[in-house]
Design a protein around this ligand. Structure first.
Ligand code: PMP
Length: 361
C-alpha cells in the first residue's frame, strides 16, 4: 500500500512491483486458467518456472556449476538440523562461531547431532557491542565445517569478512543478508537462507551447496532433509513450496531488472548510512554496535528515554511506519531495511524519528 512502510524483520515486505505482478497473475497464470499454486509441481509449466528461478539466482550470485541449489522446506531452523545431519561425519567435530542469538541457536541444535566446538566471539564493551573479526577466530583445521551467521538479525551485527579456513568448508546462515551485497560463492561450502527476508514469503529455504559435500548424510537423516536426495530430485523429492518458489522467482527477476546484486548493494549502503547517521547524530536515539560491524539489513536502536517507547510505536504506526518494535530479547526498536525497502521508506522513517525527537526532547 502506498505511504505504508513495513520494517518487519521477517516475514518482511516484498517489492511492490513483485506484489503487483503476483496479483495480476493470481488466478490465471500464463493463460493456464489456474493459479500457480494450483499447478502440479511436475507440470511442464511449473518445471519451467522452477528452473528459470534457479537460473536467475545462479546469475545473480554467480553460482558455479559445481554447486547445487536446493529449494527446501523447513526454514532457517530446519537447516540448523539439516547441516549437521548432512555434513558432520562420525568422529568429526564442527566449529560453531557464536556472534549473536541466531548462531547460538544454530549451535544448540547442532549439538544434538554430534560434537560441536563453540567459539563465542561476542564482546560487550561498556557502551557498545562488537564481535571478534574473522582473522582472530581460533579454528580447528580438522573440523568437518565452520558454521557462522554473517548477519545477526536480532543483534544487528554483520560480519563482512570471511575467515581463512584452510580448506575446512564454511557454512553460512545468510537468512537475513543473502542477495543484499555481492559474495564469492566459491569461498563457501554451503550457504542457506530462509526466504522470508530477502527472497520471498516464508515456507521456502534456499540451500547452495558444493557438490562434494553431498552424499555423506548421517544414518537416520529424514529423507526430506537429505541434500543428496533433494539434489537428485531437483528439490522435488516431496512437493516443494510451489507458490513461494514462484514468488522467489519474481523477486530474482526484479533484482536482475534493477541491475543485480551490485546495484541493490549500492542502494542498501545508502539506506543504512542515512539511518545510522541520523541515529548517531540525534542525541535522542542510539545504536549499540561498533561501527564497521553494523548490519546493513537490521538496524536496532533505542530511545534514550525508554518511557517513550510505547508512544513512539503508536505514533510511528499512525505515520504508516509498521513493525518497528525491537525483538523481545533485546527490546528497543528495530528497523529492518531489506532489499525491498525503498530509500523513500528510510527517508520517511528518519523524518518521523526527527519529528518525534523534537516534540519530546
Ligand atoms: N537464522 C537467522 C539469521 C534468522 O534471522 C532466522 C529468523 N529470523 C532464522 C535463522 C530462523 O528462521 P526460521 O524462522 O525460518 O526457522
Amino acid at each position: 500500500m502506498s505511504g505504508i512502510f513495513n520494517f518487519c524483520a521477517g516475514p518482511a515486505m516484498l517489492p511492490a512491483e513483485v506484489m503487483t505482478k503476483a496479483q495480476q497473475e493470481f488466478i490465471n497464470w500464463q493463460d493456464t486458467g489456474c493459479s500457480v499454486m494450483e499447478l502440479s509441481h511436475r507440470s511442464k509449466e511449473f518445471v519451467a518456472l522452477a528452473s528459470q528461478a534457479e537460473a536467475d539466482l545462479r546469475h545473480l550470485l554467480n553460482i558455479p556449476e559445481n554447486y547445487k541449489v536446493l529449494f527446501c522446506h523447513g526454514g532457517g531452523r530446519g537447516q540448523f538440523s539439516a547441516v549437521p545431519l548432512n555434513l558432520l561425519k562420525p568422529r568429526q567435530s564442527a566449529d560453531y562461531i557464536v556472534s549473536g542469538s541466531w548462531s547460538k541457536a544454530a549451535a544448540k541444535e547442532a549439538a544434538q547431532y554430534g560434537e560441536i566446538n563453540i567459539l563465542d566471539i561476542t564482546r560487550e564493551g561498556e557502551n557498545n557491542k562488537s564481535v571478534l573479526p574473522p582473522q582472530e577466530w581460533t579454528l580447528n583445521k580438522y573440523a568437518a565445517y565452520i558454521h557462522y551467521c554473517p548477519n545477526e538479525t536480532v543483534d544487528g551485527i554483520e560480519i563482512f569478512d570471511l575467515p581463512k579456513s584452510h580448506g575446512v568448508p564454511i557454512v553460512a546462515d545468510m537468512s537475513s543478508t543473502i542477495l543484499s551485497h555481492e559474495i564469492d560463492v566459491t569461498r563457501y561450502g554451503l550457504i542457506y537462507a530462509g526466504a522470508q527476508k530477502n527472497i520471498g514469503p516464508s515456507g521456502l529455504t534456499l540451500v547452495i551447496v558444493r557438490e562434494d559435500l553431498l552424499g555423506h548424510a548421517a544414518k537416520g537423516t529424514p529423507a526430506i532433509m537429505n541434500y543428496q536426495l533433494l539434489a537428485e530430485n531437483g528439490s522435488m523429492y516431496n512437493t516443494p513450496p510451489t507458490y513461494a518458489w514462484y514468488l522467489a522467482g519474481l523477486v530474482f527477476q526484479w533484482l536482475r531488472e534493477l541491475g543485480g546484486v551490485a546495484e541493490i548493494a549500492r542502494r542498501n549502503q545508502e539506506k543504512a548510512q542515512l539511518l545510522y547517521q541520523y541515529i548517531d547524530n540525534s542525541g535522542f536515539y542510539y545504536n549499540n554496535v561498533v561501527t564497521g560491524q553494523r548490519s546493513l539489513m537490521n538496524v536496532p536502536f533505542w530511545l534514550t528515554d525508554e518511557s517513550l517507547n510505547a508512544l513512539f510505536l503508536t505514533e510511528a504506526e499512525k505515520h504508516g511506519l509498521l513493525a518497528l518494535k525491537g525483538h523481545r530479547m533485546v527490546g528497543g526498536m528495530r528497523a529492518s531495511i531489506y532489499n525491498a525497502m525503498p530509500l523513500a521508506g528510510v527517508k520517511a522513517l528518519v523524518a518521523f524519528m526527527d519529528k518525534f525527537a523534537s516534540e519530546h526532547s
